[in-house]
Design a protein around this ligand. Sequence first.
Ligand code: HEM
Length: 420
Amino acid sequence: MTGRRAFLRGALAAGATGAAGLAAGSAAGSAAKGAAHTGAPAARGRAFHGEHQAGVLEAPARRTIVASFDVIADGRAELTELLRALTERARILTSGGPPEEAGIAAPPADSGVLGPDAPGAGLMVTVGAGASLFDDRFGLAARKPPGLLRMRTFPHDALEAGWCHGDLSVQLSADDEDTVVHALRDITRHSRGAAQLRWRISGFSSPPRPGGTPRNLMGFKDGTANPDASDAREMDRLVWLSERDLCGGTTPHAPADRPCGAAGGTYAAIRLIRMLVEFWDRVGLPEQEQMLGRARDTGAPLDGVHETDEPRYAEDPVGEVIPLTSHIRRANPRTPGSAGSRILRRAFNYDRGMDGAGDLDMGLIFTAYQRDLRRQFEAVQDRLADEPLTDYVRPFGGGYFLVFPGVRDASDFLGRGLIT
Ligand code: HEM
């Protein structure tokens, strides 16, 4: 109870001082939208207000934190305050600037990790909701987007309960570690009493070596054959939710008790996948390449020369060059039937040190964005069941989340269309 009162006081304080961050946030908003598609680090993440949240279409920043929270707010009004507070903090953190004045005896308003005048530093904050947010606690069952599922256990998964699911997801991405850590500190502080961390993991994306797409910790370029995130029509087709997806048609106003207000959002499938790297490093290079279907050094498909060459499966029907069981061929066989299951993938590496047995604990924070979890992510995942790569990886966590639509303007807040 004390915690919740403290949260509400904090949220009110944030509301009063939040205007400081507004001007910069909205001014940069639409201008950065195009820049986001180029993935140019200097411009990345400046957009706060817009149709969609930042952090989905952009090329991965160097650093990320993915966090999942259990909401402990009491009732819809407190949940609304929590989402308003999260929005306010995201807006302020994204634009940067000096923190509000604290009283002389009060704890400082900011952790100080980024100094007295925090730079926005290209921070992107991406917030989503898990299916559990729509249970009976907040009276939101009728607003649950129909495609928001609870992540199921796939064959070969070794899911650990403490690393799965959650009511809210928050992804923080920027090019510097201190920027994302500062943002996490700020967000946990301002949501204290209303949301409790359930799990969190830090990740990184490597610089292109020597060029092209960054590599994962198996040494392979990861993200090559993604759909083109700068193609707005393609993203509307594959990634962004429309009113038709959510409530069966175009309506001038989102009717109460229907999930139309999630239009402009997307479903994220997050999978935390440990790589058994000691085991992997003992496999010969040709076998590694056959498992993935691409050359390790260049990233080219095994029947090609350059990273961006298209594999020609029609000329190799029995898989002599690119095995039928290889990861890329299973994931996307490029048949008319598989065209509808394309996903937008974002890969970050993680390194959690070592486990109790002295083995390296590292792997992939895999995220796929799509309009339909069942027909896209799960269809791909089902095709990957029993691929040879399963012997070298161990999915242990993650969850499915509805990434809220973007915050339109200074009066809007994350999730407003679903909870008001
Ligand atoms: C640790 C686990 C994984 C590793 C090491 C891995 C690695 C790779 C690599 C190296 C590529 C080729 C380069 C590229 O196009 O990005 C690739 C492609 C791909 N992966 Fe994964 N991946 C993993 C998990 C997954 C999962 C869980 C899914 C989805 C269920 C997935 C779906 C795909 C898809 C759709 C492609 C593109 C295929 C194409 O269009 O040619 N991957 N992955």
